[in-house]
Design a protein around this ligand. Sequence first.
Ligand SMILES: Nc1ncnc2c1ncn2[C@@H]1O[C@H](COP(=O)(O)OP(=O)(O)OP(=O)(O)O)[C@@H](O)[C@H]1O
Ligand SMILES: [Mg+2]
Length: 395
Amino acid sequence: MPVTPILPDIDRSVSIEQISEISDRLTTMMAELREQMLAPRPRKKSPVFGSGQVALLCGIDRSRLNYLVGKEDIGLPPGVLHGNGRSRSFTLDEAQVWIRKLSGFPARPAGTPGQILITANFKGGSTKTTTAMSLAQGLTLRGRKVLVVDLDPQASLTELCGLYAERDVEEEDTVMPYIYHDQKDLRYAVKPTYWANLDVIPANPSLFSAEFVIPSYIINDPKLRFWEILANGLASLRHEYDYIVIDTAPSLSYLTINALMASNAMIMPLVPESLDFISSVQFWKLFSDLTQTFMKLDPGKRFDFISVLLSKVDYGTTSSSRVVRAWAQRAYGDWLLPVEIPASSVVGSEALEFATVYDIDSWEGSKKTLSRIKDPFDAFVKIIDERTAQKWSRS
Ligand SMILES: Nc1ncnc2c1ncn2[C@@H]1O[C@H](COP(=O)(O)OP(=O)(O)OP(=O)(O)O)[C@@H](O)[C@H]1O
Ligand SMILES: [Mg+2]
């Protein structure tokens, strides 16, 4: 009987030394690619608003807008006149002046600190960052002054703010110097963005260090109220902003715990798919286990509201969203917002790389496609702002 020779297997085992070698090789390769990858991107610009859009944002009709433009004593910016003499365009700053003067949205009472909102979910890709940025932009279109804080080392929110995290952001621009006790609060890290009345505390990958630094403080001082570090750093800034919106990484990191404990209200974007739903259940279980510990030390902590926003909803007939929506309704009751954000080709499109629907000022597709995604965002922003204004009116 012929004997089949036994061929030796390939040894696929990898030692730690070999990992270091490949890491060195990849670093060298990255240095070569870096120049190409970090080629300058066009600077982000805020959109231009037509008379109709400004009138809508102010809650007035267009003829009233045209009438008010002529009244110089009111001090409303006239914008730039076009073509037939009836249509005007306004910059974002100008539109915001109109909105503040005419919309009648209740202002934050003097002395009341700004509202801290967080978008949180441990599931990656659940649209936390898109929701945080769209909410922040939408709030400025209701005349609010907003600070966004990026606590995700992936720095996607920083990118949406028009900063190139790899090139424009150093560790000293992030929350890290405050975490290292080199700064007494977070004021040093606030940067203006391309979007009027929207500032940012940016992130970069150095934020990972917080996960080693904070535990080292706890070892030295087991009584340290480590979950209050961020809240303390933001305390004085709350008087300068109507809203502080925090975006977190998809994990229960020390920074995420800090952000959850610093916020007054939580928004959990939830893609209605079964794995996302299961992950959201795990989020509440972990959060609850964790907060049981803090609550003993901080029994007064309350959230003004917790809202679950169904997001990236697929309305296709084969989608599981209908079933998962029913689970979410059952599980979350009135935490579930009455508005949901559809999955949209507009958001995923190349035109919106590093941008949100609020950045669009000329859209080549149909108006209906754009409003199918923009209207729900407007409705979402309105609900959040109204809930907060209700709290302000009670204070
Ligand atoms: N309504 C939508 N329709 C289609 N795509 C969307 C929609 N909203 C967000 N996306 C896309 O989904 C992806 C994930 O969104 P996003 O980065 O906001 O999620 P995330 O929860 O912040 O992710 P991570 O956990 O990595 O931080 C992005 O590519 C974004 O452009
Ligand atoms: Mg994100």
